[in-house]
Design a protein around this ligand. Structure first.
Ligand code: UFG
Length: 350
């Protein structure tokens, strides 16, 4: 007998993903395609990779050029924009603030103006825990003061302020998602982290285990934490993508502009990450003791209760071992690693 139960279909939407060839953006594209949406990616390929796209349409171009945006917005109607194309190195932002204010702020203003002029209804913006600066308390909730201590964090903070002002003045609604430490990879190993240069702890520890770099430098063991190393809140990249989709649905249901923290609320020290990488890979991680890295707070842990309550976000991969397991699979499968020469011992890892 044929079922007569009503089938509820979510309307398919068309999204513009800026920076969709990068680490988090490529996982977002996967998530949108899995949800049945149509995806157009705008990426200048300065930090992203063509082969990181599992589908959708790629437009190669600079989102900061108004002519590029006009060509996109005039040609079709977008239900929303997700913005990932950002420079992310705190140290580099201190050495070259102009670069960061241009890329992460001035270009975003051009995007917001174009969205306003074409009445694109929703924006999800990648913000960062760096907006808070030195934590006054942990876990950090969204009402913690925003006093960034470097140009990177300041660019995110200023864009969040622009988003609030654009919402009031022009009705452009946006959600800013403040990521804590994005980590992990597609569980099937198709996508993952490929920064050039890599500065993040988990990929660097895995590369030291694999022997594609000599050792991991531990940036300080004299912090006021149980083992003396810094504590961070690692959140799986697929869980971040889920939160973006929920943020879009929130905006499409007329939710007002706001910001949400995204983290698991659990802190892991650098040493715990090293131990987990060693356990997952079965290989010890060679380490060197280094000095503190400027601007590293001892402890950054999210209170993400608002995202859970308001968006209904439930992270699927909350435990560090799963995050590292997925990252490890990617690190072994990634196209450039397959060709890499393992020059530094630990050959048993291969
Ligand atoms: N670390 C090392 N050795 C390394 C790399 C990192 O010991 O080679 C340590 C860092 O000192 C830190 C921890 O590992 O204590 C995590 O460092 P990451 O560089 O992986 O991440 P961060 O916490 O510095 O940065 C993240 C985001 C940034 C964002 C910041 C917010 O990647 O984009 O959180 O504070 F700005």
């Amino acid at each position: 007998m044929i079922s007569t139960l009503p089938i509820t279909l979510r309307p398919h939407r068309t999204l513009l993903v800026i920076g969709g060839c990068g680490y988090i953006g490529s996982h977002m594209v996967k998530c949108l395609l899995d949800a049945g949406h149509r995806v157009v990616v705008l990426d200048d390929l300065s930090g992203g990779y063509r082969d990181a796209l599992l589908g959708g349409e790629l437009v190669v171009g600079d989102f900061g050029e108004r002519t590029v945006l006009e060509a996109l917005f005039e040609g079709r109607r977008f239900d929303g924009v997700l913005h990932f194309a950002s420079l992310i190195q705190v140290g580099e932002s201190v050495r070259d603030p102009a670069l960061y204010y241009r890329s992460n702020m001035a270009k975003v203003l051009t995007l917001l103006e174009a969205m306003r002029d074409h009445q694109v209804p929703a924006l999800v913006f990648s913000s960062s825990a760096a907006v808070y600066g030195e934590p006054h308390y942990v876990p950090i909730d969204e009402s913690h003061p925003c006093t960034p201590i470097n140009p990177y964090g300041m660019t995110k903070h200023v864009v969040e302020t622009m988003l609030r002002d654009f919402a009031v003045a022009y009705g452009l609604r946006a959600v800013a998602l403040r990521y804590f430490n994005a980590a992990g990879a597609d569980p099937l190993g198709r996508l993952g982290e490929r920064h050039q240069p890599e500065t993040h702890l988990i990929p660097l520890a895995m590369q030291a285990a694999l022997g594609t770099r000599p050792a991991l430098q531990v940036f300080g063991r004299d912090y006021d934490t149980p083992d003396g190393t810094c504590i961070r809140d690692y959140v799986h990249v697929d869980d971040l993508a889920d939160a973006h989709l929920l943020a879009l649905e929130y905006l499409w249901s007329a939710g007002p502009s706001t910001s949400f923290n995204l983290g698991n609320g659990a802190g892991f020290s650098v040493q715990q990450v090293i131990d987990t990488v060693a356990a997952v890979s079965g290989v010890p991680v060679p380490v060197e003791e280094g000095a503190r890295r400027a601007g590293d707070p001892a402890r950054l842990v999210a209170d993400a209760a608002r995202a859970r309550q308001v968006l209904g976000w439930t992270p699927r991969y909350g435990d560090l071992e799963t995050i590292v397991r997925h990252a490890w699979r990617w690190e072994q499968l990634r196209p450039d690693a397959r060709a890499a020469t393992r020059r530094y011992g630990n050959e048993q890892a291969t």
